[in-house]
Design a protein around this ligand. Structure first.
Ligand SMILES: Nc1ncnc2c1ncn2[C@@H]1O[C@H](COP(=O)(O)OP(=O)(O)OP(=O)(O)O)[C@@H](O)[C@H]1O
Length: 382
């Protein structure tokens, strides 16, 4: 079933926990809500589950007004970070709970419940643990029981609030793959709240980035990472460098350097915030090209190396780059080494929400193999 959320607002006094949130979720879609603490993610989930009411807005499930239904009639499966399993019930009793408490006329027979529970435990790969109590399970196993319990009532919407938040990193990664497969095979419309960007980008068909009760951007994981719509999204997702830049005399200035390239003709002179991913700061392939700088620090991060740099003319700012460990070794780079880098793609945000992806002009006839070399066109000011 598809879900259409329109203009949801939830206020506490003068404070808006949610402000005019609209979102359509297609049948079978997996959507992740991502945002900093306090951005309104759980508030949205709680309203959908019927645990809270909005001040304004509507939620349609297909043609049905979801908000008009009592929580127990919404057919919504809910899993929280802290597994609220019943400690005195076995795994199968926990999973059967939602079916056992149904009114007599809607309750399946004992046999049907037993079959359904068995099937669900098979799905979450816990058939062998049916008779155990929650205290006899690992954290990851408990979360799988919680999920089986949520699925028992055949929800038309699955709501997951940091379901793996309390688990260690390795278990999280394993459960992630498992959840994705389960969600796909059942075709469940799912909304996941998470702090963990990797989790959101890996699991979801679309990601909703929230900030201060509002939606900043909705997009596929690739869109959110590659085409952030706002400075907030750029800085929140992945690693990012930020400069205070200026547009002056139809040029982009970073510190005391002008960077050549096409600016939108309509952009007025003034301040721009300039954003740059570490992977877009590459080592210049030939000596005599690139933007001169100095390595401040190198940190090994798996097969990559994170380098902090200072660039000539931008001394007040440390720029973070990401290079392969092989490149760093081949060039014998250490803290203090002189380097030359190329910036490949800068995203500019101008007043009034204008955005422009800026590719510094390349002017070496392609000798750099397509790399952007801004060194020769950096103009000293004054
Ligand atoms: N009952 C309440 N009374 C007052 N303010 C509240 C209440 N419930 C939530 N809030 C506020 O609403 C805002 C949104 O809270 P919410 O729990 O939705 O955030 P969140 O994005 O889920 O955060 P987290 O990731 O930390 O769980 C927060 O600033 C929170 O303090």
């Amino acid at each position: 079933m598809s879900i259409s959320i329109q203009g949801l607002t939830r206020r506490y006094g003068a404070f808006s926990a949610l402000e005019g949130v609209s979102l359509d979720i297609a049948k079978g879609e997996f959507v992740a809500l991502l945002g900093p603490s306090g951005s309104g993610k759980s508030t949205l989930l709680r309203i959908l589950a019927g645990l809270d009411d909005p001040d304004q807005g509507s939620v349609q499930r297909d043609d049905e007004d979801l908000l008009a239904l009592e929580a127990q009639h919404r057919r919504v499966g809910l899993v929280f970070q802290h597994y609220a399993l019943f400690a005195h019930m076995t795994v199968s009793e926990n999973v059967a709970f939602g079916l056992r408490v149904r009114p007599r006329r809607q309750r399946p027979s004992r046999r049907e419940i037993a079959t359904r529970v068995q099937e669900l435990l098979r799905r979450v790969q816990l058939e062998d643990m049916a008779r155990r109590y929650p205290a006899q399970l690992s954290g990851g196993q408990r979360q799988r029981v919680a999920l089986a319990r949520a699925l028992a009532v055949e929800p038309s919407l699955l709501l997951l609030d940091e379901p793996f938040g309390a688990l260690d990193a390795q278990v999280r990664v394993t459960l992630r793959g498992w959840l994705r497969e389960l969600q796909r095979s059942l075709g469940l419309t799912t909304l996941l709240v998470t702090h963990d960007q990797e989790e959101a980008l890996e699991l979801a068909d679309r990601v909703v980035v929230m900030n201060q009760g509002r939606i900043e951007q909705i997009g596929t994981p690739a869109e959110i990472y590659r085409e952030p719509a706002t400075p907030f999204v750029y800085g929140f997702i992945g690693r990012a460098n930020r400069f205070d830049g200026r547009i002056e005399s139809s040029r982009l200035w970073l510190g005391t350097h002008a960077v050549p390239g096409e600016l939108p003709a309509t952009w007025a002179p003034g301040a721009v915030s300039v954003w740059l991913r570490p992977e877009h700061v590459t080592l210049a392939p030939r000596s005599g090209t690139g933007w001169a700088g100095q390595v401040v620090r190198l940190v090994q991060a798996g097969s990559a190396v994170r380098a902090s740099l200072q660039l000539q003319g931008c001394e007040g700012i440390e720029v973070e780059a990401e290079w392969s460990a092989d490149d760093v070794e081949r060039r014998a780079l250490v803290s203090g080494s002189a380097v030359a880098v190329q910036l490949r793609e800068l995203t500019l945000f101008h007043a009034g929400g204008l955005r422009h992806v800026f590719h510094p002009r390349q002017d070496d006839g392609g000798a750099n193999g397509g790399a952007v070399d801004i060194g020769p066109w950096l103009h000293r000011r004054g």
